[in-house]
Design a protein around this ligand. Structure first.
Ligand code: GLY
Ligand code: MN
Ligand code: MN
Length: 492
């Protein structure tokens, strides 16, 4: 379909000339095709820098370093994860980079004005053959919308007099960055930054060299999500819920925790999630009592309860969803009692949520329900003991970090948070044995609205009867069969 007759005529003339080879055919660029189309745009990143400038104090500069690359083992590195603040303000995801954002317009020695500068990894065909394509200066300009972009090697000679700024707003930078082979890697950028500061004697001036202001300003911005961010979070959450659902439908007692982790992450990847926002937690029985259990080494999950805390990361934004399910398809009476308390606590917290409500109100509502429930079951004697079996906070912001930046006081419209009460009763606890090894967490992701909230993770069931129903359903993942391993036949 063409918009107008004129463009149709233009199109046909162009096709005719192309067929005669009279105009150059655009090169077939595979890098553009078959790539996701829903990345954050340069308008988003530009908008975030503008919003930052609005709240920066007069005569200040914000300094954002890339995260360092990290050794996994010997000469193998961990998959690189960009510093969320660098990504938020620039979209630049490569290591060895530095971003400066100024409150006011600056002028260089030639009279050119700028209010932001990005220093990036230089293009290097040899290095790129090993570690992948770099954006380079043009690509970084296009991605970030920043017009003043230099190679990192130019930072050394970049003229900047830090002594003239009332505030240098910088996050705590890592002190253990190794000196690489490059003379313009993160090690050098940090060293040169410190040298420039030392000249200005600013390092000693705690009032001007301000870490806390960095945390404050980034929390003020990042805790309220823009529509683009909400779209990406919705997607990450929906993907995570689908992972939960397919696992519920296909899980059986002979599966291993690792296999279940793989099934979740397969569903995530099927939908284009690049990774997970934190190590997936698949804890069966007693393992569910370990809050951040990530080994997932049990070879058979058996018939006990299975706690699955898994969050797909989609274009940098992570979900955080927990479902706890009976692998045999039916909650026992004890499991039911504990699960229902956690469910009621979550519902009680939900009821407090809206623009202007307090985190502390939600916390209190959930904690009261859990404390009362545990007293009623005789698991604790008085409500003050609730922390024994509910040892963590109620929730947190999600976004570019799973525990995202935020102020954690008043809830506001367009915040995206988790509500995740839990009860964990490890073996040997000071209560009737029948409760031992029951662990339940229900974690949902919610968008705060003017008058309440939207349950983003509604795609996956939370109620006892709905979970039992879903476990009975068939999954597309049922009955996949891999050939047995030779080593297994030998008894390993
Ligand atoms: N998955 C970590 C947490 O729930 O906070
Ligand atoms: Mn969480
Ligand atoms: Mn979680």
């Amino acid at each position: 379909m063409f918009k107008s007759q004129k463009s149709f005529i233009g199109f046909t003339i162009a096709s005719f000339l192309l067929s005669l080879n009279l105009i150059a055919q655009p090169a077939h660029d595979e890098t553009e095709e078959n790539l996701p189309k829903d990345y954050l745009t340069k308008d988003f990143h530009t908008g975030r820098r503008d919003a930052l400038r609005q709240i920066m104090p007069d005569n200040s500069v914000m300094v954002v370093f890339a995260y360092p690359t990290r050794t996994f083992s010997n000469d193998v590195e961990y998959l690189y994860h960009a510093n969320p603040d660098m990504y938020y303000f620039s979209g630049y995801k490569e290591p060895h980079s530095l971003l400066l954002i100024f409150k006011e317009e600056q002028q260089d020695s030639l009279g050119n004005s700028y209010n932001e500068v990005l220093f990036i990894q230089k293009r290097n065909p040899k290095a790129e053959q090993w570690t992948g394509k770099r954006l380079g200066i043009d690509g970084a300009k296009e991605t970030s919308g920043i017009q003043t972009v230099y190679n990192a090697s130019d930072f050394k000679s970049f003229a900047i007099d830090f002594s003239k700024y009332a505030k240098i707003i910088v996050d705590r930078f890592p002190e253990d960055v190794p000196d690489g082979f490059d003379s313009a890697d993160l090690f050098d950028l940090i060293k040169q930054f410190k040298e420039k500061l030392a000249t200005a004697e600013v390092l000693k001036d705690q009032k001007r060299f301000d870490n806390r202001l960095f945390t404050q300003l980034t929390a003020d911005l990042r805790e309220i999500k823009t529509p683009e961010e909400i779209d990406l979070l919705r997607k990450a959450v929906e993907i995570s819920c689908q992972g939960q659902n397919e696992v519920m439908k296909t899980v059986h007692p002979n599966m291993s925790e690792l296999e279940i982790q793989g099934l979740h992450e397969f569903v995530h990847k099927k939908h284009g999630a690049e990774g997970v926002g934190y190590g997936s937690i698949i804890g069966s029985g007693e393992n569910g009592c370990i809050l951040h259990y990530m080994e997932n080494t049990k070879t058979k999950v058996g018939n006990s309860m299975l706690l699955m805390d898994v969050g797909a990361e989609y274009h940098g934004y992570t979900a955080d969803v927990t479902r706890t399910v009976p692998v045999d398809g039916k909650f026992s009476d004890e499991e039911k009692s504990i699960y229902q308390i956690v469910y009621d606590a979550q519902e009680a917290a939900f009821k407090t949520l809206k623009n202007g409500s307090k985190w502390s109100d939600a916390n209190k509502a959930a904690k009261d329900v859990i404390a009362e429930g545990l007293v009623k079951l005789g698991i604790i004697k008085n409500k003050m003991e609730v922390g024994k079996y509910y040892p963590h906070g109620l929730g947190h912001h999600i976004g570019l970090d799973v525990h995202d930046r935020g102020n954690y006081s008043t809830l506001k419209k367009d915040m995206v948070i988790t509500i995740e009460p839990g009860i964990y009763i490890p073996e040997g606890s000071d209560c009737d044995k029948k409760w031992w090894s029951i662990a339940v967490r229900i974690e949902d992701d919610l968008l705060i609205t003017e008058n309440g909230y939207e349950l983003l993770s509604h795609f996956s069931p939370r109620k006892i009867e709905d979970i039992e129903k879903m476990i009975k359903e068939k999954s597309v993942l049922d009955n996949y069969k891999l050939p047995p391993l030779e080593s297994k036949k030998k008894g390993f």
